[in-house]
Design a protein around this ligand. Structure first.
Ligand SMILES: [Zn+2]
Ligand SMILES: [Zn+2]
Length: 132
């Protein structure tokens, strides 16, 4: 019985990871739950949250906080820059040429050996700007 549950958990975690990797829009746990439910009718929102926590801890998923709203998740874990809209809270990847930042890995800054970096830009997206 326990073994069956463990196997189902692994299968669900894999499905969550695949769904997240197939999207580039940094969905919330709720967004993922709504799409996963179509082919995994037994999945619960709690399961999605729990597995996203595990995947974040194991470094397979990035957790992004844009202000005080629900966390968003990213299946792309290579260092990249994000921009978040302070109005609708959507998060997007941005192409920013910051060679100095990319070269920081492995160097020492104020006594810290740098392993990785993350940068979150904040602003107002085009559609929010138009509708205001
Ligand atoms: Zn917006
Ligand atoms: Zn991203």
């Amino acid at each position: 019985m326990t073994e069956t549950i463990a196997r189902r958990n692994t299968k669900q975690r894999q499905a969550i990871l695949e769904e997240l990797r197939s999207r580039r829009n940094h969905p919330t746990a709720g967004d993922l739950f709504h799409s996963l439910r179509r082919h995994l009718p037994r999945i619960s929102l709690g399961t999605v949250y729990r597995n996203l926590e595990i995947l974040t801890e194991t470094g397979q998923v990035l957790k992004l906080a844009c202000g005080q709203t629900e966390s968003r998740y990213d299946g792309t874990v290579t260092p990249h820059t994000h921009v978040c809209c302070e109005s609708c809270h959507r998060v997007a990847d941005v192409e920013l040429d910051l060679p100095a930042l990319a070269d920081l890995a492995g160097t020492t800054v104020d006594g810290f050996t740098i392993a990785s970096h993350s940068l979150l830009l904040r602003g107002i997206c085009e559609s929010c700007r138009r509708s205001s």
